[in-house]
Design a protein around this ligand. Structure first.
Ligand SMILES: [Zn+2]
Ligand SMILES: [Zn+2]
Length: 164
């Protein structure tokens, strides 16, 4: 990863994923988002569901059938764990995603490269909304990249593709 995470809003931790069994693998580190904000500055990190001791990123969702609920994303980069509350979307459904506090739609950064029809939504790690320091995730259930990633790396590509 050519991206710097030693800033506010991120934390480097030992990789907690259980499949890393060998000593060498256990030494590997991963990155956790400790802050995530909607465009209106609401902090979406919620301790209601925690992932290896870190609060998840709680979002309001609306399914194609109109059913609403919440999803809580793992704040650990690359971790696909997601918890649904109040509704259980099926693989392949594209979700509308909102701030649970103010109901603002979470902005779309660009179409997802890893699936058909999904879009990458972006959150800020600073209260003053900025996508360049943001984290992104795909809104299509079951997408191979349905976990948080650094928006910084994507933005350059988005500019190149003329979508920003
Ligand atoms: Zn909000
Ligand atoms: Zn996707």
């Amino acid at each position: 990863m050519g991206y710097q995470f030693d800033r506010r809003g991120f934390m480097i931790i030992p990789d907690p994923r259980e499949y890393r069994r060998t000593k060498e693998e256990q030494k590997q580190k991963c990155v956790v988002a400790t802050e995530a904000y909607c465009p209106n500055g609401h902090n979406l990190i919620d301790d209601y569901v925690n992932f290896n001791g870190f609060g998840g990123i709680k979002l309001k969702i609306r399914r194609p059938n109109g059913e609403e609920g919440f999803m809580v994303l793992s704040p650990i980069f690359g971790d696909k764990t997601v918890v649904y509350i109040g509704t259980k979307p099926a693989d392949g459904e594209k979700l509308e995603v909102f701030c649970p506090e103010c109901g603002t739609a979470i902005p779309v950064l660009k179409p997802c490269d890893e699936c058909t029809g999904g879009e990458l939504r972006v959150l800020s790690v600073e209260p003053k909304f900025t996508v360049s320091d943001g984290i992104a995730f795909c809104d299509l259930v079951g997408c191979p990249s349905a976990y948080i990633i650094s928006a910084g790396e994507l933005i350059e590509r988005a500019y190149i593709e003329g979508l920003e």
